[in-house]
Design a protein around this ligand. Sequence first.
Ligand SMILES: Cc1cc2nc3c(=O)[nH]c(=O)nc-3n(C[C@H](O)[C@H](O)[C@H](O)COP(=O)(O)OP(=O)(O)OC[C@H]3O[C@@H](n4cnc5c(N)ncnc54)[C@H](O)[C@@H]3O)c2cc1C
Length: 388
Amino acid sequence: MDYDVLIVGGGPAGLSCAAQLPVGMRCLIVHQDKEIGRPVRTSGGSWVCDLQNIGVPPEFYQTINEIEIRSDNQRSLHHMRNHKMAVLDITGLYQWLAGHARRAGAEIWTGAKFLTTLQGADGFFTSEIRLSGNESRSVRSKYIVDASGTPRAVMQSLGLGARAQRVGVGIEYEYEIEEAQKDRASLFVGAPVLQGYGWIFPAPKNHIRIGVGVIQPDTDVSPRDIIDPLLTPEFLQSYGLKLGDRIQVNAGIIPSEPFEKKVVFGRAIRVGDSANVATPTVGEGIRLAIELGGHLGQCLKDCHLIGADFPLKAYERQATRRFQWQYKFGFWANQKIAAYGPEDWDKSIARVARLDEAQLAALIRCELTPSRMINAAFNQLKSKLQRA
Ligand SMILES: Cc1cc2nc3c(=O)[nH]c(=O)nc-3n(C[C@H](O)[C@H](O)[C@H](O)COP(=O)(O)OP(=O)(O)OC[C@H]3O[C@@H](n4cnc5c(N)ncnc54)[C@H](O)[C@@H]3O)c2cc1C
């Protein structure tokens, strides 16, 4: 079977890439799960402005007007007027993205696991795919896109990259809401979740997600061992929560390693978590996977139109420009806070409480430009002097 592009992984990166390809370009997405967007492996925090920019219908997200961050003894509450967060209906969004990919002509095989690939002397890749029922297929393609997320299945098969050694591991319980403030997202740090953080995200359909994530091997504690003892009546009451039935358990893994600027290896290309694009500050990667996936799709379309591969250089340049410097700062912060104790967290949240809305959004989004950092440091100093 011959295709122009084989995309491994039907997550936001792979689906957004396929949606940009022209109908004449034969594209196959292989996705190991039985369904797109299920099981859920992420918690779906995002930003209204980014979702509006890509035209995501509002029924796929819950708008968040307040962000609260708590440590053991500090609390900072931010009213977000211009930088509103959103919490996504992941299954709904990913299936909506799959609809766009199909309309652009992509074939999607679900329950289809990519096993290996080899590049022949003619430059084409021959990939082995296992279908449900243990049947297997060989697929030939001119380009191969690794959108498999943390496993980096294609990169590993071609010997171009290993599985991440340092990873964020998270688990989240999703409930029906009986009582909660539905426009407030809370993050919590400190003693209960050292080497990580926890979150409470009101989601669409009257759901709420409570989760924790840690960085391994910085800690060998599993997030499941943290979340079960955490959810006491006192904890829920302190957040004004009354929970209904538990709907599902969501769990996943993301790389937590420095950004690597090499994303194009001839005609094998990586995108999304496979290229390590989730933010090093909070591990937010959905909007970035969609953005970078879309850009890769446009570059592949250009390759097809002009019959050459050099447009892929533009994709690599854009990824470097977008992430390299910001993620350097972000990863430095990631390593520093992974070693924080409860007192460091209290001091840190007291500083966060002094950030304005735009600075907080920039911190969470890992948009840490030098001018923003100087500004924030200046404001901290000013408020310290005023208090003195
Ligand atoms: C616990 C947790 C919480 C998170 N919270 C947020 C958040 O709040 N907001 C946010 O923006 N981001 C969050 N992220 C990060 C976000 O989920 C990722 O950055 C994003 O999903 C990356 O998209 P992707 O398409 O690159 O990879 P994925 O979403 O991982 O999609 C890749 C797909 O490829 C499939 N696949 C893998 N190997 C194969 C194979 N061999 N053959 C076929 N298919 C394969 C997988 O089943 C998977 O579905 C979180 C991650 C975790 C783990």
